[in-house]
Design a protein around this ligand. Structure first.
Ligand code: NAD
Length: 472
């Protein structure tokens, strides 16, 4: 007697067997067939996403909304698991803050509702502008926010109607591929196609380059440092480049000093300052420095002496190859680990190291991605703003200011020219946490899209009906 078994049941059995075989909870691709987005090669990952894009295109807008809801639900259900995996794999940041990032990505990323069409009516009829998907989008993702960037990108890109291929950072490949697996399982369970988001199981710079130039890829979205932004811009595709920054904070004597200190501490210590928007340097006016330091010393910080700072600099800044850069060994580590490197032990209570430095100190100008906050002084608010502009270095990323002087706030807003500018709040407010507005974990800096949403990943299409449907 022949065994009767449905295709869905067979696939379920194959998946569970393969899952057990890999031993790490990741479902690897069956021969010739990508399951849950797990591509062994660039071609496999792109081909599977291309098929998923066709299937997604046949779905209704209500279907898309349901799939996005499923991604949000699975992200929230697994926010601790993904945070734990990211922390254990990358050794960067803090577990509890990674949970918060996953939660923010799931709750505050807008879906299809942001794709409002535009209409023009007149004597010559009705013209509609609507938003069409690009097709297959490649997302190059960072080690600093692996699962939260992927959840944020998945919601935005799916809302726009695209399928996505991820090339994760090699040091975050397991937690990134797990996020992709969960996203696909959720979409399939909601009745959608498998492989709406795929990834390369063993990502490298070479697989990233191959993806960015792949003929079936229509758009490249790169979130990371200078090198990946340059590589993306060379791809010849439509590019969204979310590059690095070095966010300065200006504090003048009109600020609410207790709040300023609390906000700066919150942003600079969050996830050990690996968020690209996080406060990386403070410029206080001469009149603000004393009250600011008094307030920030009341928080869980450690103030480095001049000799402790120079000992720490020997550890955290490398000068091999000529150009100074941060020692990867210390990126994203707890303040206690940094203190330990200079012989100060047992300070797990400390979340942020602070130090007063002269205006030309190296630390002000390096994107450290560590919980070390250099604080410098300028004679007045105009000089403080001018120095902040130098510290930001034209990345056009993020900046903060604490002041109640409207003219000074307005001057800084104009001169700093960053994508995010937060006034009287922490950098997190710029991501919609403690401030108004939606969130994004891919902030288009080099190419100017700003806080990316589904609106970033669509093509504008015009449909004109001549002489009819002006109904008034
Ligand atoms: P990174 O540049 O080392 O890596 C980012 C990604 O790019 C990784 O997947 C990596 O494998 C890939 N990559 C790097 N060089 C490449 C090349 N030449 N060709 C192809 N792929 C390449 O950055 P990271 O350490 O993972 O992340 C931290 C950096 O990202 C910081 O500079 C931070 O400011 C920035 N960042 C920016 C945003 C934003 O929205 N603007 C968001 C998060 C992080």
């Amino acid at each position: 007697m022949a065994l009767q078994i449905s295709e869905a049941e067979l696939e379920r059995i194959v998946r569970s067997v393969l899952s057990e075989l890999t031993g790490n909870g990741q479902v690897k691709a069956a021969s010739g067939r990508v399951v849950n987005g797990q591509g062994r090669t660039v071609d496999e990952a792109v081909d599977a996403a291309a098929v998923a894009f066709e299937q997604l295109s046949a779905c209704s807008l209500d279907d898309r909304k349901r799939f996005i809801e499923a991604i949000r639900t699975t992200g929230l259900k697994n926010k601790e698991l993904l945070a734990k995996m990211a922390h254990e794999e990358t050794h960067l940041g803090r577990y509890e803050h990674k949970i918060a990032k996953n939660e923010t990505a799931c709750k505050l990323t807008p879906g299809v509702e942001i794709l409002e069409p535009r209409a023009f009516t007149g004597d010559h009829g009705l013209t509609v502008h609507d938003w069409a998907p690009f097709g297959v989008v490649v997302a190059i993702t960072p080690v600093t926010n692996p699962s939260s960037v992927i959840l944020n990108n998945a919601i935005c890109m799916m809302a726009a109607g695209n399928a996505t291929v991820v090339n994760a950072h090699p040091s975050a490949k397991v937690c990134s591929m797990k996020t992709i697996e969960l996203i696909n399982q959720a979409v399939v369970a909601a009745g959608g196609p498998d492989n709406v988001m795929t990834g390369v199981i063993e990502p490298t710079i070479d697989t990233g380059t191959a993806l960015m130039t792949h003929r079936k890829v229509n758009m490249v979205v790169a979130t990371g440092g200078v090198a990946v932004v340059r590589a993306a811009l060379r791809s010849g595709k439509r590019v969204v480049a979310a590059g690095p920054g070095n966010p300065p904070v200006v504090i003048d004597e009109t600020a609410d000093m207790r709040k300023a200190a609390k906000d700066v501490f919150e942003g600079a210590s969050f996830d050990n300052n690996i968020l690209c928007v996080g406060e990386k340097a403070v410029v206080c006016t001469q009149a603000a420095i004393r009250p600011f330091m008094e307030e920030i010393r009341k928080l869980p910080v450690y103030e480095l002496s001049a000799s402790e700072l120079s000992a720490l600099m020997q550890q955290i800044v490398l000068t091999d190859g000529g150009k100074p850069h941060m020692n990867g060994k210390f990126v994203g580590r707890n303040a206690a680990a940094l203190l330990e490197s200079i012989g100060i032990r047992g300070r797990e209570d400390v979340y942020l190291l602070i130090c007063q430095v002269p205006q030309d100190h190296q630390l002000l100008f390096l994107e450290q991605m560590m919980p070390v906050l250099p604080v410098t002084t300028a004679p007045n608010v105009n000089a403080a703003i001018d120095l902040a502009v130098e510290i930001e270095q034209g990345f056009r990323h993020s900046a903060m200011m604490h002041s109640h002087d409207l003219a000074a706030l307005s001057r800084m807003a104009r001169l700093i020219n960053t994508t995010l500018f937060v006034k009287n709040g922490s950098s997190l407010a710029g991501l919609g946490v403690g401030g108004e507005g939606y969130t994004a974990f891919t902030i288009g800096t080099a190419t100017g899209e700003g806080m990316t949403t589904a609106r970033t990943f669509v093509r504008e299409r015009r449909c004109a009906l001549v002489d009819y449907f002006r109904i008034v």
